[in-house]
Design a protein around this ligand. Structure first.
Ligand SMILES: [Zn+2]
Length: 406
């Protein structure tokens, strides 16, 4: 029988929006797992560390080097449990990541289950699985993000006050509803380079007061232009129609399937259902953009203001000493626990009826589970099989996140 609790070694991908070298928290946490041979190259961008069994960038057992999905596959009943197997199949149904973002990620949506299944059938190379991908993002420090649509009234206010935007309206004096919003997004995304550039030049000349409470647009526009280009339609869709949020450590957002989002900067913990499907339309070279028809037809209009995007925490009955709270997104396969211990703190997490992956982002201490004591410290990552209670002791403080499904 395999041990139900074992340390993982993970790796990072190098998307160009990642932070460079040591500045990337994804890379510096990844490098803290001992004896992996992972060394940070200061000339490279490190975007995401993946901590799951997804085959694209699989985690491995630190001790044996065996890939997590193989270990899980060979010991399904023990590690996942029957309920989880029946519900989600014989895999870990979620994928936690650390992201280090230096510039905007592509403006994207993740197709819902129905569309994902259809796309996977048509083009399995590109859409690698038939699953939906709701995701949560938890700020580890200052985090800027565009997510979900603004309230229609706020969008209306901009289009009424700013004459250069008239060219994207389906007709004059239109009242914004979701159908109009969809048409406007489509028009912006399909506009010529020239139209996009001209609009941005004209917008930059309009005094800040005209933007009312959305004057942040004037400050963000040059930043986005510098990151991609003055021809990128993502600049306009994000600034004009989407919520812009500036979060601090511990705050989180929930992005349901089909909701538009683009992360702009920061270090975050991200967790999603086990899927890698995405449709990109902005903040990327046009040649890399996916079908705008598909993107706009799939768009969902929930969330529809900044408050709806935010995901709060609540108490959890899994905590024995009250040092743990839970991020529980609606309509999702997974939850995320956050245990925060100060000097000398203790916590026990009651047995969970499914698999979990836990990782420390601060401090050090011990982890006792399944009869073994493990050292745990910043950057250490563990897989925990179903039905196992986990206890922490931290003489000098410890923050641990634990993604689970049951
Ligand atoms: Zn996403």
């Amino acid at each position: 029988m395999v041990s139900s609790v074992f340390q993982l070694q993970c790796s990072c991908n190098n998307y160009p929006w990642g932070k460079k070298g040591q500045k990337s928290l994804a890379a510096s946490l990844c490098a803290k797992t001992p004896n992996t041979g992972f060394e940070i190259d200061e000339s490279k961008e490190y975007a995401e560390m993946w901590m799951g069994d997804y085959p694209v960038l699989p985690a491995k057992s630190l001790k044996s080097g065996e890939e997590l999905h193989k270990i899980v596959d060979d010991n399904k009943e023990q590690l996942l449990g029957k309920t989880c197997i029946d519900k989600f199949g014989g895999v870990v149904p979620f994928l936690p990541k650390i992201l280090s973002i230096s510039k905007a990620l592509p403006l994207q949506i993740h197709p819902n289950k129905e569309l994902a299944a259809q796309l996977h059938k048509q083009d399995p190379e590109k859409f690698t699985d038939p699953n939906h991908k709701p995701e949560i993002a938890i700020a580890l420090g200052p985090f800027e993000v565009f997510a979900g649509f603004k309230d229609n009234n706020d969008i209306q206010a901009l289009f009424s006050a700013l004459p250069p935007l008239e060219r994207f309206l389906p007709r004059k004096d239109v009242n914004f509803d979701n159908e109009v919003l969809k048409q406007v997004c489509y028009k912006i995304l399909t506009a010529s380079d020239e139209e996009i550039r001209t609009t941005q030049v004209e917008l930059a000349k309009i005094p800040k007061e005209k933007y009312g409470k959305q004057a942040y647009i004037v400050d963000l526009l040059p930043r986005l232009q510098e990151q991609y280009s003055k021809e990128d339609p993502g600049n306009l869709v994000a600034l004009l129609t989407m919520n812009f949020l500036s979060l601090t450590a511990g705050e989180a957002i929930y992005v349901p399937a089909d909701a538009p989002h683009a992360y702009l900067s920061g270090n975050i913990v991200e967790c999603m259902a086990r899927s890698n499907n995405v449709l990109n339309t902005g903040f990327c070279p046009r040649a890399d953009a996916d079908s705008i028809e598909l993107f706009t037809s799939a768009l969902t209009f929930s969330p529809h203001n900044a408050e709806e995007v935010k995901l709060g925490t609540s108490k959890t009955e899994k905590s024995m000493h009250g040092k743990t709270s839970v991020y529980a997104p609606p309509m999702s396969e997974f939850n995320m626990l956050k245990t925060s211990l100060q000097d000398g703190g203790k916590e026990t997490i009651r047995a969970i009826g499914g698999p979990s992956v836990l990782f420390a982002t601060r401090g050090s201490g011990t982890l006792v589970a399944d009869g073994d004591t493990h050292e745990i410290k910043e950057g250490y990552i563990f897989f925990v099989g179903q039905g196992v209670e986990v206890s922490y002791e931290a003489p000098s403080g410890l923050d641990v996140y634990q993604a689970y499904a049951e």
